[in-house]
Design a protein. Structure first.
Length: 169
C-alpha cells in the first residue's frame, strides 16, 4: 500500500481507490492499514493527510454525496488542501489541550485527589502550551480567523486578553 500511495503522490484518493489500487478489500482491515501507513509516512517525513470531503464537484458517490479523500504528500510538498488538514489537526489538538487544562486544574484543586502535585504540574504545562500558541495570530490571519467563533479562536482571544491585562495595570 505504501508503494502505491507514493506512486500516487499528491492525487486525491478515496478508500475505494486505495482498495482497487492495492487489490485489498474495502473494509476494516484497509482502514487499519491506512492508519499504519500514516505512521510510517510520518516517520519518513512524509504525510498521509486526514480524510476530508473532496472539493471537486465531480467526485460524488452514487447517492450524490461528496467522497471522502486523502492524499499522500512527500516531504516539502503542500498546498491549500494540506493547509486545511494541518489547521484542522491543530484546532483539534488545542481543543484537547484546553480539555486537559480544565480537567487537570480541577483535579489539582481537589483536596481528595491522590496526585494533586502531579496534576498541578500537568495543568501548568497545558497552560504554558496554550499561552505559547496564543501568539499564533502573529503568523497571519489565515491561522486564526477572528470571525470564527470556534473554541480555539475563543480560547486564544481569552488568553490574549488575560496576558495583556497585567501590562495595562
Amino acid at each position: 500500500m505504501m508503494i502505491w500511495l507514493r506512486c500516487n503522490h499528491g492525487r486525491e484518493v478515496s478508500y475505494a481507490d486505495i482498495a482497487a489500487g492495492v487489490k485489498f478489500p474495502n473494509g476494516h482491515r484497509l482502514r487499519q492499514a491506512v492508519r499504519v501507513v500514516r505512521v510510517i509516512a510520518a516517520n519518513r517525513g512524509d504525510r498521509l493527510e486526514r480524510f476530508q470531503p473532496s472539493a471537486d464537484p465531480a467526485r460524488r458517490d452514487s447517492a450524490r454525496r461528496r467522497v471522502w479523500i486523502t492524499r499522500y504528500m512527500r516531504s516539502g510538498h503542500g498546498d491549500e488542501f494540506s493547509f486545511r488538514d494541518a489547521m484542522s489537526a491543530a484546532r483539534a489538538a488545542m481543543t484537547s489541550v484546553k480539555d486537559m487544562h480544565r480537567a487537570t486544574t480541577f483535579e489539582a484543586a481537589n483536596p481528595h485527589s491522590i496526585a494533586r502535585t502531579e496534576f498541578a504540574t500537568m495543568a501548568q504545562a497545558a497552560d504554558e502550551c496554550i499561552t505559547k500558541v496564543a501568539g499564533l495570530d502573529t503568523v497571519g490571519p489565515q491561522t486564526v480567523r477572528r470571525e470564527n467563533t470556534s473554541l480555539l479562536t475563543q480560547m486564544i482571544a481569552d488568553l490574549e486578553a488575560r496576558l495583556t491585562e497585567p501590562a495595562a495595570g
